[in-house]
Design a protein around this ligand. Sequence first.
Ligand SMILES: Cc1ncc(COP(=O)(O)O)c(C=O)c1O
Length: 471
Amino acid sequence: MLGNLIRDRGRPGRRGYTLPKLDVQKTDLEKVLPEGSLRREKPGLAEVDEPTVLRHYTNLSRENWGIDTNFYPLGSCTMKHNPRANEAAAAAPGFAGLHPSQPATQVQGALKVMHELQGFLAEISGLPAVSLQPMAGAQGELTSILMIKRYFEDGGDGERTTVLVPSTAHGTNPATASMAGFDSEEIGLDERGCVDVAELREKVDGTTAALMITNPNTCGVYERNIAEIADVLHEAGAFLYMDGANMNANVGRVRPADAGVDVMHFNLHKTFSTPHGGGGPGSGAIACSAVLAPFRPDPVVEKDRDGYALVRPGKTIGRVAGFHGNFGVILKAWNYIKMHGPELKENTDLAVLNANYVRARLKGTYRIPYEGPCKHEVVVQPPKGKKALDIAKGLIDHGFHPPTVYFPLVVKEAMLIEPTETESKETLDDFVGAMLELAEMGPEELEEAPTNAPTRRLDEARAARKLKARW
Ligand SMILES: Cc1ncc(COP(=O)(O)O)c(C=O)c1O
């Protein structure tokens, strides 16, 4: 019986390759390698033929869920289709063969891409200065808040010790505030799911450094009072930072600077596409006002008469990542923006339309905590007596990746659905059909799901605490 591991399928002497005969003189490795570094035994790899290797890894890849295999409406993550043209651009030898230590004179094309992307992000945000260095959304947050911190240290405008964070915020926001050395203080919501401006007014004072706002927020609700919120902060000498993870609802329609935002991060890997499941790769590029520009991380790309150059901003907070940031993601974002051009705003409209379509079809069966149209994602609650976790597991049996569940924390049994603009009405109808079917099932039956996945329900706490990664 063949086992599941590739080594179970191996037989001594079986080969998946043939190498040409050696046509150069054989080197005596004993003489050239440092003592003790030459392997004495064979490495113990599986001895298998090529079809076996191919089937083994193809079958393993099929057990993986991805945007290329299934609808993936993971709220707050923008799991949209990743155009293959991006991959082709990133694999072009002129880019793929570069080394980050090459001098600027040899990489003018790559620097041009970075410079153009800086310009695109400035145009999209309305903020004049950009840095592409941070390698994830969370790092973009930290970079922005460190820049604000350095601004106050530099100008000495009172002792700013607090960063305010709405209760809808992603967990990385308060984590950022405390990693940057601030106390974080929570601001609650009003009945529409927006920041409670009265509470904000009470909490803002001379110790406030910034408010970290996500707009639309993680309930898919647009912060209608954003301009007033910005005024409250600015009157107190504080900054408005925007978490731009939800820019998929804004691009081409809302420029954060027009709403009073001073600094923001983009999740390039969400809004402008890049396969990014499982923690990477990402890019958390930031954009900021002229006041904060000198504090941007080192380096940024500038253009002068002689071409493109890497430049250290005058009062930089220093480096936040190696070399130029995550160049592969930067390149894909540039390619994506170039491909779509002004049509990007139609993508935004479609993302919002798709979320509202799902919302309208689920309404009545699922509970919708916030009235009014949503933005690019919608938060729903299962019918009374049903659990979000059970519905999520049931969706796996229907061939769908579950939405984000139990986030945002402010909504009990939350299911945060983000369909994105790249899904067809037919896919959305299938998904809604499955959601409606699951809502009709009895709790005991639902607790059995998933029944046709490679694994059933895991004890997630045990899997995390007592991880056994060996077969
Ligand atoms: C609202 C929000 N902010 C910040 C982040 C952090 O982004 P990243 O995962 O790239 O660090 C996320 C990620 O899911 C998010 O949804």
